[in-house]
Design a protein around this ligand. Structure first.
Ligand code: GLV
Ligand code: MG
Length: 327
């Protein structure tokens, strides 16, 4: 281990994160009663400029009137970007009037550590002025070339930070990546194999988002934050959604956005450790405990040596399973 100890962010279940437009209060009650772990009420890109003010009012009222937390929800509000004049009122009005019922603020299009610093100052003042006892956390969307270039400084910019999210739609726009299907695979991103003896060549699709997602996972984990994968646009393609969620989980992501309620169950399932994994993890921990009791250093299970890294992994899996069971 390094002499530097990574401090983990406030632990929260974040397998699914449902996006609900602040301009559509008709969806609020259903979202509160649904199965998502986290909900973000959106004031940004799902809300048209003419609806911004009303959406803000809806969100404040909903945070205060609906029993989100009683339904096990972590509540977030996605504010507008720091480059818009909506942002300061989003923060001031929402935190002043509903900060007691707000867990997180989602900050889009973060570009520099200074962006985080500015918001930290504003939120700190409002919390103090309003006597808000808990610390409102920040979730940051990495979705611009600038944000990705500065990700390591951004990821350590404030103790409020809890998670980094890959905003693949805006990231594509910002990097001018060629993509048609938000967060999906791209037929143009692949390799043609060399010809075999019969002259046949195969085409293998690659994952266009691998680098960005991996880079975000590393920056997040190096700073104790949760890496969360962003949207998958084709809501009529649950198989495509599941495939993307699985590869995000394989890379280390803890959760994925749902831009439609139908995606929530898939995210929860994919981002939960399987029963098989949990059973194996518990057996590893039991074997370790037994070996310690018997004064044995080396631990074997099913004929395989278990090292300290596998014990740490097992502890992580069991902790997550307990967290899910306690929900
Ligand atoms: C999310 O905000 C995205 O741009 O993908
Ligand atoms: Mg975006």
């Amino acid at each position: 281990m390094s002499f530097t100890i990574v401090k983990e962010a406030t632990p929260r279940l974040n397998r699914s994160e449902l996006a609900v437009p602040g301009s559509s209060p008709k969806f609020f009650e259903k979202a509160a009663k649904g199965p998502s772990d986290v909900i973000f009420l959106d004031l940004e890109d799902a809300v048209a400029p003419d609806d911004k003010e009303q959406a803000r009012k809806n969100v404040i009222q909903a945070l205060n009137d609906i029993d989100w937390r009683g339904n096990g929800k972590t509540m977030s509000v996605r504010i507008n970007g720091l480059d818009t004049h909506y942002m300061y009122r989003d923060v001031v009005d929402v935190v002043e009037q509903a900060g007691h019922n707000l867990d997180l603020i989602m900050i889009p299009k973060i570009g520099t550590a200074g962006d985080v610093y500015a918001l930290d100052m504003l939120v700190t003042q409002i919390e103090q002025a309003k006597g808000i006892k808990h610390r409102i956390g920040f979730e940051l969307i990495i979705e611009t070339a600038l944000g990705m270039a500065n990700i390591n400084e951004i990821a350590k910019a404030s103790p409020r930070l809890e998670s980094l999210h890959f905003g693949v739609a805006d990231y594509s726009a910002s990097t001018r990546a060629r993509t048609t299907n938000i967060g999906g695979a791209n037929a143009e991103y692949g390799v043609l194999t060399e010809a075999d003896a019969s002259g046949k060549r195969d085409y293998h699709w690659g994952d266009q988002w691998h680098y960005a997602l991996s880079r975000m996972v590393v920056a997040a984990r190096a700073n104790g934050l949760r890496p969360i994968d962003g949207p998958f646009g084709d809501i009529s393609d649950p198989d495509g959604y599941r495939a993307q969620a699985l590869r995000s989980a394989a890379l280390g992501c803890e959760g994925k956005w749902a831009i439609h309620p139908s995606q929530v169950d898939i995210a929860n399932e994919v981002m939960s450790p399987s029963e098989k994994d949990v059973t194996k993890a518990r057996r590893i921990l039991e074997a370790m405990e037994q070996a310690q009791k018997e004064g044995r250093g080396a631990v074997t299970l099913d004929g395989k040596l278990i090292d300290i890294a596998s014990i740490r992994q097992a502890q992580g899996i069991v902790a997550k399973a307990d967290q899910i069971a306690g929900r």
